[in-house]
Design a binder for this molecule. Structure first.
Ligand SMILES: C[S@@+](CC[C@H](N)C(=O)[O-])C[C@H]1O[C@@H](n2cnc3c(N)ncnc32)[C@H](O)[C@@H]1O
Length: 228
């Protein structure tokens, strides 16, 4: 456990290989300009990070940033916050933000959970968790980000009618997410027919992990939970 009581290796490694010069420069010089406030400072109203945005969306574990960058480009009137502890992923997103002129993204380099706890109640309208680390061994289930704690925090953060989207290509994790979703009284699974979770919606771009799963023959489920 770390000092906040979280299981600190929930998100595994933070770096795989040393950064090249440009990504290292982006981390040092550009990240401070687009970083969220430090969750350690207390409550954060995410609206203060943006000006004139109609909604604020949050992505947990954005990986290489494909999804958050796509959403930001498609929805310039929305503010997007992404949290990711993996330095190479953060550097990739910084490059996309810089090259695409995406002024509506703010980045938390680190664990999403303290930031979620710091954000104001009812401040978000969408939360995305795409292909979370599966932690397949039973003794590691407690490290899974989708948990009763997660649904409770998501319920506090989302406005009524807001949406929690979870994708996974691991059948056991899909069942796990549905089970925790069913046990969360303030959410309903927004699926009516099989196509609602078998077919990727048009406003849901493919991520690197989804592409990897497809290459390896695994089909993802696209789960949408509506905040009641
Ligand atoms: C399997 S990868 C999926 C990445 C990306 N969402 C995609 O679909 O390509 C899971 C990601 O979640 C991140 N992650 C794990 N635990 C996290 C946490 N507590 N807060 C934020 N990100 C986390 C990992 O660093 C990793 O990048």
């Amino acid at each position: 456990m770390d000092e906040q009581g979280y299981i600190s290796n929930l998100y595994g490694r933070r770096q795989d290989k040393p950064l090249r010069a440009r990504p290292a420069r982006l981390m040092e010089e550009f990240l401070p300009r687009v970083a969220t406030p430090d969750p350690g400072v207390g409550e954060i109203d995410p609206a203060t990070m943006f000006s004139g945005k109609r909604e604020i969306w949050f992505e947990v574990g954005f990986g290489g940033g494909e999804h958050i960058a796509w959403q930001a480009a498609q929805n310039p009137d929305v503010g997007l916050i992404g949290a990711e502890p993996f330095v190479n992923g953060v550097a990739k997103l910084l490059s996309k933000v810089d090259e695409g002129g995406l002024e509506n993204i703010r980045i938390h380099f680190g664990d999403a959970r303290p930031l979620m706890e710091a954000l104001s109640t009812g401040s978000l309208t969408k939360i995305f968790v795409l292909h979370p680390d599966p932690w397949p061994k039973k003794r590691h289930f407690k490290r899974r980000i989708i948990s009763p704690w997660f649904f409770k925090e998501a319920s506090r953060l989302l406005r009524s009618g807001g949406e929690l989207r979870v994708a996974s290509d691991i059948p056991d994790y899909i069942r796990w997410t549905l089970m925790h979703g069913q046990n969360a009284p303030s959410f309903e699974w927004a699926a009516i027919c099989a196509d609602d979770w078998n077919v990727r919606p048009a406003d849901w771009p493919q991520t690197r992990y989804e592409a990897k799963a497809a290459r390896e023959g695994r089909a993802p489920a696209y789960l949408k939970f509506r905040r009641i």
